[in-house]
Design a binder for this molecule. Sequence first.
Ligand SMILES: [Mg+2]
Length: 252
Amino acid sequence: MGSLRDVHGCLVDLDGTLVRGQQALPGASAFLEALEGRFVIVSNDAEHTPLELSRGLKRLGLAVAQRRIVLAGTTALDEIALRLPRARIYMMASKSLMAHARDQGLVPVQTRPDIVFLGRDRQFSYERLTIAANAVRDGAELVAANPDLVHPGPDGAIVPETGALLAALLACTGPVPHRVIGKPEPALFEAGLALLKLPKRAVVMVGDNPATDGEGARRFGLRYFEIRDGVFPLLGSAPPQHESASLLALSA
Ligand SMILES: [Mg+2]
């Protein structure tokens, strides 16, 4: 049982929670305003930088500073740069993430990488798969930005995600140890919480996906509120008994 009265900040998922496709969801803007800056967006996005996303959200009517955005792709690269400064990295990723890697001092290469990095690579190809699989076989460390296989597109279309590319690579290499950064793993929750500067007991994860947002929050030790039908938790409202049910109750 938890009360929303002692909630002082939120980690908030993006896709399906605040936006869907190219539209802000109803209530998203009001929800963020009600939080008065006490939130950080934590998203498995493995393609953009926080600055790009901040600009994109502004076009949708959501004002979110880039310092309030934690993304799987850039977080993964930041972590690699911290752990292995100037590492040689083979990147299957967007141009934005390539530029971010260089900004962090990493060195994108085509041969003999220390790291093979998987983001949402829309130029994924047989050639890239060949290079990545052989680099991993030769001992490069494998890092994937997120484990998601797909996400829903317009009219229920299947949009392949980073995890699908990871599955292709692992099909070639066989099972190898690898690191995954996105939810439900703890890295994004840790980064978000550090930005909020709040204890876990004062923070709630708000999301739409029980397998990533919910499971990740549970493992990390955060309460979880699930958005359903665009109903957002209202801070200071009646204490809920059960997380997702309570959101429906709060809308009454
Ligand atoms: Mg989501």
